[in-house]
Design a binder for this molecule. Structure first.
Ligand SMILES: NC(=O)c1ccc[n+]([C@@H]2O[C@H](COP(=O)([O-])OP(=O)(O)OC[C@H]3O[C@@H](n4cnc5c(N)ncnc54)[C@H](OP(=O)(O)O)[C@@H]3O)[C@@H](O)[C@H]2O)c1
Length: 219
């Protein structure tokens, strides 16, 4: 078997997709309380050509006003799938998300105990009892053919993935700003401290006054 064939075989055998969290941070590691360079952030986000963009419910809710008034060109046939972790059915903007022009479709990840909500998503996947089981969700996405998942969220979801050993790569776009109290508790690793571990530097680049750091997460 050739090395390319070998890689393909290994990929097919993977139970879980490659999971990368790409996040804009302040100098103290906050994800909020400052103005990120969105143009740079989303240009760099194209690095991974993800099959699925995985987003936390709180990140969607933070965009509610922008979603309500933003353009709606319709689904992007070649875009990734948007999967939203939403155990409590707090997200209602499914049509706006589908038509935002970034994603080919939208999928709500829910738990068995998720209440019925007024804004039912076009497609949902029930994984977990009380809360979305993140490992099962990623395994289900892999079974649907997803090789790469890019996490676009604040720290709560990234921290949970990190704590469960489900994150393969962290990409930090560091901004030269101290968010101070504006950053609240929103560090990129979430409100609780994930277990200690070593990361392997996978890339570093200076882009204007920003620094882009990429790390592989050792398991
Ligand atoms: N700087 C950046 O690059 C960046 C990127 C995106 C967003 N943001 C900002 O980040 C803020 C939102 O971030 P956030 O940290 O509050 O929330 P978040 O990460 O967007 O969302 C939290 C989600 O993670 C889920 N979750 C957390 N722990 C879990 C666990 N153990 N098992 C299963 N699911 C779990 C929650 O599930 P439930 O459904 O059960 O609550 C919720 O859906 C917003 O202000 C947004 O603007 C910044």
């Amino acid at each position: 078997m050739t090395s390319a064939g070998g890689r393909g075989y290994v990929q097919l055998m993977r139970e879980l997709p490659h999971v990368v969290a790409h996040v804009a941070v302040s100098l103290e590691g906050a994800t909020t309380g400052f103005e990120p360079d969105l143009a740079r952030f989303y240009a760099l986000a194209q690095t991974w050509h993800e099959d699925v963009t995985l987003v936390g419910a709180d990140t969607i809710l933070a965009q509610k006003a922008a979603l309500a008034h933003g353009p709606r060109p319709g689904p992007a046939p070649d875009g990734p799938l948007l999967a939203v972790v939403d155990s409590s059915a707090r997200v209602h903007e499914w049509r706006a998300l589908r038509d935002a022009g970034h994603w080919s479709g939208v999928l709500a990840l829910r738990a068995a105990s998720t209440p019925k909500s007024g804004g039912e998503p076009p497609e949902k996947l029930v994984v977990g009892r009380e809360r979305v089981d993140l490992r099962a969700a990623l395994a289900a996405l892999a079974a649907r053919g997803a090789a790469t998942v890019r996490v676009d969220s604040g720290g709560a979801l990234i921290g949970a993935l990190l704590a469960k050993g489900l994150l393969d790569e962290v990409s930090l776009l560091v901004h030269p700003v101290f968010a101070g109290h504006g950053g609240g508790h929103h560090h990129w690793y979430g409100p609780s401290h994930p277990p200690a571990g070593t990361f392997v530097l996978a890339g570093n680049e200076t882009i204007g006054d920003l620094v882009w750091l990429r790390y592989q997460v050792s398991r």
